[in-house]
Design a protein around this ligand. Structure first.
Ligand SMILES: [Zn+2]
Length: 306
């Protein structure tokens, strides 16, 4: 599953391709992928995409709806995409047709007037409703092979009412290492479970949990209350460092992850712990242990990590 650095990379690579473009026709090719906001679908026609950004592992497109008349102001909406296992967002030219994994298609126009004329909503198994005379410049595809991903169309207040959203923990790169350490200390349990708990600190999955614990010299199955504050601070620092290094390398590509340009990340080439069970530790040469912690495959060095 894409974690914080991968979703951040998608946002950064998608932004220049969608920003300041207008949504024309929206085609929902797989009904279940649109998890919420069906009533807001018509408002997307003519809406301007103003930003692509990330919170936790969720990719957000901020849009501004077209003003319905001089008396009605445009309003902000948010398209939230959770990529889950295999979700991908790509902008394609018109020569690329949706494939069997394409779940939602958004027409993208450079002019609002064209977008409004081309607009309309096509639901799965429906016939075409938009005009064929106004071809978009490009199209944004949400592809998802495993279909666990989803899109929600929301007003800002819907975002505030979304239980998942409200429970999200600290953004690890927007708070100090000290604050992260305090959050870790406040949660009882094995430290890897705590790292993976999105309600404590968000965006960390199996890869960056194993890597941060290795760098901090902490065994994944140690309980948080057995860790001195200085060791939790070290972990907070290493969580931030590994996430930042991975973002700089455009994330880690294990199986399906690609950025919005279709490129793979490079951080997987520098893994010190994740997936390295049975291989020698890069620090001391001890064979790395593979086990299960927090229900997840976990690798650590029994000598360097205590
Ligand atoms: Zn070692």
């Amino acid at each position: 599953m894409p974690e914080l650095p991968e979703v951040e990379t998608v946002a950064r690579t998608l932004r220049p391709q969608v920003q300041d473009r207008y949504i024309g026709k929206t085609e929902i090719l797989f009904a279940r992928t649109l998890q919420a906001g069906h009533d807001l679908l018509p408002l997307l026609t003519g809406a301007k995409i103003v930003n692509a950004r990330r919170r936790a592992k969720v990719l957000l497109l901020d849009v501004l709806t077209a003003a319905a008349s001089r008396d009605v102001n445009s309003e902000p909406l948010i398209l939230a995409f959770h990529l889950k296992m295999t979700g991908q967002l790509f902008v394609h030219g018109l020569e690329v047709e949706p494939n069997k994994h394409t779940k939602i298609v958004f027409g993208l126009h450079s002019e609002q007037e064209q977008a409004l004329q081309a607009g309309g909503v096509k639901l799965a198994a429906q016939t075409n409703t938009g005009s064929m005379d106004n071809q978009p410049q490009a199209r944004l595809f949400f592809d998802d092979m495993r279909t666990f991903g989803y899109c929600r169309i929301m007003r800002p207040k819907d975002l505030q009412d979304w239980a998942f959203w409200n429970k999200l923990g600290l953004e690890p790169l927007e708070h100090s290492a000290n604050e992260l350490a305090e959050r870790f200390a406040a949660k009882k349990g094995r430290i890897k479970n705590v790292l993976l708990d999105q309600e404590v600190v968000c965006g960390i999955g199996n890869i960056y949990a194993d890597e941060a614990l290795f760098r901090a010299g902490i065994r994944p199955d140690v309980k948080t209350d057995a860790l001195a504050p200085s060791r939790l601070l070290k972990l907070g620092t290493e969580v931030q460092a590994v996430l930042q290094e991975s973002i700089a390398a455009c994330g880690s590509s294990i199986r399906d992850y690609r950025d919005a340009n279709g490129n793979v990340g490079a951080f997987q080439n520098t893994f010190k712990a994740y997936g390295r069970g049975g291989e020698p530790c890069t620090l001391c040469g001890t064979i790395m242990t593979a086990c299960r912690v927090a229900g997840r495959g976990t690798c650590y060095c029994g000598k360097c990590q205590k």
